[in-house]
Design a protein around this ligand. Structure first.
Ligand SMILES: Cc1cc2nc3c(=O)[nH]c(=O)nc-3n(C[C@H](O)[C@H](O)[C@H](O)COP(=O)(O)OP(=O)(O)OC[C@H]3O[C@@H](n4cnc5c(N)ncnc54)[C@H](O)[C@@H]3O)c2cc1C
Length: 427
């Protein structure tokens, strides 16, 4: 059953960047369609079960650097107030992922200009000249064809851009994939974390676990519930068969950890495995080659761009994969330790959301135009939301002015964001 709708703006992927893009485009008055492969919005936060809002505030003084939709989410989740200048941590958490799903549904349905299709996968595009002419979506209605004026690719993997012939980069070494999981009825005690780690180190030595992190045991959601991001699977998330293998590997590794801890670690005797996130999490895959490529030097020098439309502030956060595990400075459970540079805050220019070759496409979130190391910072949740909001604003403005997004002046996009107290941090 096809839906009869010709959007001004079509947002592909309702993750961190996509939900912000769709809300912003619709609030500005553009007829907007949001399409998401999962049955809910939220991207990494809900598809993996990750509660962290990194990128909202500076590390040293916790000053809020993104006052847009990312902050609105935190306020509506009861983490802080809209009038606050600071937040309790530079990576605050929301306490309930299910409530967040419902909040996003409420915000979507409150927007008369916004329609959403869940359980819908953007499978392909048809281009004409330098434009995306049609976007093909596979869902229970069959293959549906949409002809939006502007498309915003927020798939994380730059699926729309790649299908449309936009040049993209993929690093030969990719950060590992991680399945998050939770264990209930755990009795916390001072030795718990150390014992958990010792068990994993031994399991790794015995060949029961190829890789792991931390394990980063944290009592995030309740005082007897452990939340873990200990899984590390090397895989190519763009290869469907390898991604399938990674999901299976993540599941079995998580279960192995649970069983070992239940058997060997005091505090886990009466524990039970609650669940893993619905999807394994992908940190990096494609990055588009855009009109500007954000670099680690830009981040380190905190370079100012006149067309800055978003602010980043996370450190260069590259996780090691198998290729580096076992090398001199990386242990199986460790982080990369490659750089770790902590910026105060930095500009993300509009041009890094503009792909080469296609005129009516924007790309926001972890697949925007950046070097691998720069992306290891700009990929985090709130920074992705900030990019998405900027893309949504640019697409809506382009529709108002009957221009394509390549013709839009990033300075004007920034000014429009300023008018609603969003956009880059003014210092
Ligand atoms: C395991 C893990 C842990 C992380 N830890 C942190 C952390 O602690 N703090 C932090 O701030 N960041 C963290 N990150 C990074 C950060 O969460 C992501 O980089 C961020 O989610 C990027 O936002 P995005 O919108 O680009 O992608 P996502 O949030 O992943 O959204 C992409 C959306 O597109 C949908 N989609 C994909 N392809 C299609 C398609 N073809 N058709 C339709 N829909 C599609 C997906 O289902 C998803 O909803 C972590 C990442 C991972 C993987």
């Amino acid at each position: 059953m096809a839906i009869d709708f010709t959007p001004d703006v079509m947002v592909c992927g309702a993750g961190c960047a996509g939900i912000a893009a769709a809300l912003q485009a619709a609030r500005r008055g553009a007829k907007t369609l949001l399409v998401e492969r999962a049955g809910f919005s939220g991207g990494i936060i809900t598809t993996v079960g990750l509660p962290f809002f990194d990128g909202i505030a500076r590390k040293h003084d916790k000053k809020i650097v993104h006052r847009g939709i990312g902050l609105e989410f935190l306020v509506k989740m009861g983490v802080c107030k809209a009038s606050d200048d600071t937040v309790y941590a530079h990576n605050p958490v929301i306490r309930n992922i299910e409530r967040f799903k419902i909040l996003l549904d409420e915000l979507i349905t409150a927007e008369p200009n916004l329609r959403v299709l869940y359980h819908s996968f953007v499978a392909d595009t048809v281009t004409k000249g330098n434009r995306v002419d049609e976007v093909l979506v596979a869902n229970k209605g069959g293959i549906q064809r949409f002809r939006p004026k502007t498309v915003i690719d927020c798939t994380g993997d730059a699926d729309v851009a790649a299908r449309s012939g936009v040049p993209c980069e993929t690093s030969p070494e990719l950060m590992p994939l991680t399945l998050h999981f939770r264990i209930g009825h755990v009795q916390n005690n001072p030795e718990l974390r150390q014992r958990c780690r010792e068990v994993l180190v031994k399991a790794h030595e015995e060949g029961k676990l190829k890789n792991f992190y931390g394990p980063g045991v944290s009592f995030m959601f309740a005082n007897d519930e452990v939340y873990l991001h200990a899984i590390r699977v090397k895989a190519n998330p763009l290869d469907p068969e390898d991604l399938t293998r990674a999901e299976m590997q993540g599941r079995i590794d998580a279960w192995t950890m649970y069983e070992l801890w239940k058997e060997k670690v005091p505090g886990f005797e009466n524990s039970y495995y609650i669940q893993s996130g619905p999807y394994i999490g992908i940190r990096e895959s494609r990055r588009i080659l855009g009109q500007y490529i954000l670099t680690e030097e830009d981040i380190k020098n905190e370079k100012k761009f006149p067309d800055a439309v978003a602010t980043g502030n996370w450190y260069l956060d590259l996780h090691p994969n198998y290729a580096t595990v076992g090398s001199a400075n990386v242990k199986p459970g460790g982080l990369g330790g490659l750089d770790g540079y902590q910026p105060d805050h930095y500009d993300i220019p509009y041009r890094s959301l503009l792909p080469r070759k296609i005129d009516n496409l924007l790309v926001a979130g972890r697949c925007h135009s950046a070097t691998r190391l720069a992306q290891s910072s700009s990929r985090v949740t709130v920074t992705a939301m900030a990019m998405g909001q900027a893309a949504g604003m640019a697409a809506a403005l382009a529709s108002e002015k009957q221009k394509n997004v390549q013709e839009m002046d990033g300075v004007k996009v920034r000014e429009a964001l300023d008018q609603i107290h969003a956009g880059p941090f003014a210092g």
